[in-house]
Write a protein that binds this ligand. Structure first.
Ligand code: C2E
Ligand code: CA
Ligand code: CA
Length: 706
């Protein structure tokens, strides 16, 4: 492809800041124009077309565009002979000047770039008004130049050139330089230092055995460039008659730039300006280090800083804590985003203040924070105090925080991100758990997490491949001394993982919502079984199905279940629904109305796990229940001789409410006899039978008959 065409494309693609772009051929001094600044009239461009030489262009341009004060200097600087000289030594060069448009002063920059064939260079004219404006705003923010040079005479021209924009701090010695640097490093934009100062002044701050250490300029450079808080400050080092080795050594020791002495003020000015520009872009990057809302580090920068801290102090023991605000989305909806933001700020600032041995903090996402502490030995109580104080004076009352902790294992090198992920897993493992605020990542949690992951990965396939099986556990009717019903309990028989207990997968499914699908599956299987019994002329008994709190998210649950039952032609009375006491307290009003609908549709409602929740008498009274299932723990903890016995109390309560009772988990004859004597209606427990696969359950029923 024609090289010129390619170049043209490149220029066309350049930003609109470039008003004019031309190419200069050094041999015949002719120009080719690629982009024309529309501010210049057509007759200007016509004239250039007539006489397409660089010198003609630049003279006409300067007299058309540039303000009178800047004309002479500009012509001197960018005339062809001067450019040829400059471009022999460096590949690019730029010069800033001012133009006036409708009475307004604008800043422009001419930029000259050597092209690889050396016989041509490109010239662009760029509008930099915005940039200069930002820069002067930046200059006005009290930035400083530190100049360390023992020669007052050498310092003078620098001071006169820059004192308009900067505060100049002068230092005669490295020692003075160090002190000034420490006192001002946050404001210092550039350090200018002479490397070869009078050796007598080259004395450091430190003493070894009473003797002051002497510094050379290179030592000094090495020393300050190694200090993190100074590391973003560019250093221009200089010396008279530098040899190339000096330059290399200075750069190796941490100098950013090297200039020869005596100072060429103009060149120094250009250098300083570009270094400051560089530093400003660094500062922009720095803003991405901090989360503007909370002042904590951003996630990536937190990881980065923590890595640095870990590798700098390999002997120290640390821990990572992830903190999550429970139900933050809801809080945002309830109180508004602004309050949500205030909460986030509150947590971050309070954490930095009250968390002991706090080192750094970061915000991972939304409402999830992470902080790094040196290891704390704290008893539980003190730990709780700290956690509680995080919420003191919070913008909203009753917030709940969850904390997950990870202690790095010194024997395995792991990335900070992986460690924080573990702290986060610990935190997530207690999400939604009432009264549990803190979890430590340990091997048990790791195993649980692995299982959890496997469960989630396998669940859809499990339904498709019929890996879930229904077991039935008899409910023994104490009045007829026969099985009067059964509870359907799900089992997961995985081809590789084997038999998985509902205690393992049900809580996971409740968390991720899959339980809704599973409960429908179980419900359908139960209906199929009842239909088969009916078709085969077998005895049909009511079967109860467990419902999870998540099932009630579907307001039309009663419709859905009725449809399924009807599709198998089964009487609704044969279906009992079990829901737990704790589900009731989640959303009592909605659950009450759904229960009412179930009743209207002929289903029987059993309250599961009674005695483990906090339901009040009024609540129990206001809900349309049929049966109460006493939790196993009540039967286990039964002490017939105590006058404040919970089992007695529960049985009295059930009678007052005029409900039937099922006692769960009776394993011994004594327990069974006692329950019978208290008037319990049904017993469901190992004493009669464990949950059985359906076929075995059918056998069990048959054996009872005979
Ligand atoms: P649950 O509803 O309270 O079920 C009773 C649990 O007690 C069953 O455990 C049963 O096997 C066990 N059990 C019954 N009698 C005895 C006894 O005498 N001694 C002992 N030690 N245990 C007894 P399982 O089958 O492991 O189920 C655990 C829980 O998983 C159930 O507690 C229920 O909350 C949940 N679950 C089981 N299947 C389903 C289902 O299909 N859907 C929903 N949502 N939850 C289910
Ligand atoms: Ca149950
Ligand atoms: Ca139960």
């Amino acid at each position: 492809m024609d090289k010129e065409l390619l170049l043209k494309d490149v220029y066309e693609a350049m930003s609109s800041n470039y008003k004019t772009i031309i190419l200069v051929d050094c041999v015949n001094e002719n120009i080719t124009v690629y982009r024309k600044n529309p501010l210049l009239p057509q007759e200007f461009w016509d004239d250039i077309a007539q006489n397409p030489s660089y010198d003609h262009l630049i003279k006409s341009y300067v007299s058309y565009m540039v303000i009178p004060e800047d004309r002479e200097k500009m012509l001197d600087t960018v005339c062809l002979s001067s450019l040829k000289r400059i471009l022999k030594k460096q590949s690019a060069f730029s010069y800033d000047y001012r133009i006036e448009i409708s009475g307004k002063l604008q800043w422009y920059r001419i930029r000259i770039t050597n092209l690889s064939d050396l016989n041509r260079f490109a010239v662009s004219f760029e509008d930099i008004t915005e940039e200069i404006r930002n820069e002067s705003a930046y200059f006005k923010t009290g930035h400083k130049i530190l100049i360390i040079d023992s020669s007052k005479k050498d310092r003078e021209p620098v001071i006169s050139e820059f004192s308009e924009f900067y505060t100049i701090i002068e230092a005669d010695t490295f020692e003075e330089g160090l002190i000034s640097l420490e006192n001002n490093y946050e404001d210092i934009s550039v350090i200018i230092m002479d490397l070869n100062m009078n050796p007598e002044t080259v004395v450091g701050l430190e003493t070894i055995q009473g003797e002051q250490i002497k510094y050379t300029g290179y030592d000094f450079l090495r020393r300050i460039s190694g200090v993190r808080r100074y590391s973003t400050i560019p250093i221009i080092s200089c010396s008279a008659n530098p040899k190339i080795e000096d330059t290399i050594k200075a750069l190796e020791c941490g100098a950013t730039y090297y200039v020869a002495k005596p100072y060429n003020v103009e060149m120094l000015a250009q250098t300083i300006r570009s270094l400051i520009r560089l530093q400003r872009s660094m500062a922009l990057i720095n803003t991405a280090e901090k989360d503007p809302l909370t002042g904590f580090y951003t996630k990536d920068f937190f990881y980065h800083r923590a890595e640095e801290i870990l590798s700098a102090n390999p002997e120290t023991e640390y821990r990572f804590v992830v903190t999550d605000i429970e139900k933050f989305k809801l809080i945002n909806d309830l109180y508004g985003i602004e309050t949500g933001d205030r909460i986030l700020r509150h947590i971050a600032t309070t954490a930095a203040r009250v968390v002991p041995n706090f080192i750094i903090g970061g915000r991972i996402t939304g409402d999830i924070f992470v902080y790094m502490q040196t290891k704390v030995t704290q008893n539980r109580e003190d730990g709780m105090k700290v956690l509680n104080s995080l919420l003191e004076n919070a913008p909203v009352p009753n917030l709940v925080l969850k904390h997950g902790i990870y202690y790095p294992d010194p024997s395995t090198r792991m990335s900070v991100q992986a460690m924080c992920d573990r702290a986060r897993l610990a935190c997530e493992s207690i999400k939604g758990m009432y009264g549990v605020h803190c979890a430590v990542y340990d091997d048990k949690l790791r195993k649980d997490m692995l299982i959890q992951q496997q469960v989630i990965e396998n669940m859809d396939i499990a339904i498709e491949n019929d890996q879930f099986e229904i077991y039935l556990q008899p409910k023994h009717d104490m009045h007829t001394d026969k099985t009067g019903g059964a509870e359907a309990l799900v089992r997961w028989i995985h081809p590789e993982l084997g038999f998985i207990n509902p205690g393992v997968f049900i809580p996971i499914f409740e968390q991720n919502g899959f339980i809704k699908k599973l409960d429908l599956y179980v419900f359908t299987k139960v209906c199929q079984t009842l239909k088969r019994w009916k078709d085969e002329g077998k005895q049909t008994i009511p079967i109860s199905v467990n419902l999870s709190r998540r099932d009630f998210e579907n307001e039309n649950l009663y419709k859905k279940l009725s449809q399924i039952v009807d599709s198998y032609g089964i009487e609704h009375e044969l279906i009992h629904l079990e829901l737990t006491e704790s589900a009731l307290s989640d959303n009592p009003e909605q659950i009450k109305s759904t229960i009412k609908k179930f009743h209207e549709n002929g289903f029987t409602i059993e309250l599961d796990d009674f005695g483990t929740g906090y339901s009040s008498l009024t609540m129990l009274n206001s809900i349309d229940l049929d049966i109460i299932k006493l939790d196993m723990s009540i039967i286990r903890n039964d002490n017939p001789n105590s006058d404040k016995n919970i089992l007695d109390f529960c049985m009295q309560l059930v009678k007052i409410l005029n409900l039937q009772t099922v006692a769960e988990g009776a394993e011994s004859e004594t327990q069974t006899e006692r329950l019978k004597s208290l008037g319990c209606d049904y017993i469901q427990g190992y004493f009669y039978s464990k949950p059985l696969p359906i076929e075995q359950f059918e056998q069990y029923l048959l054996s009872e008959k005979g």
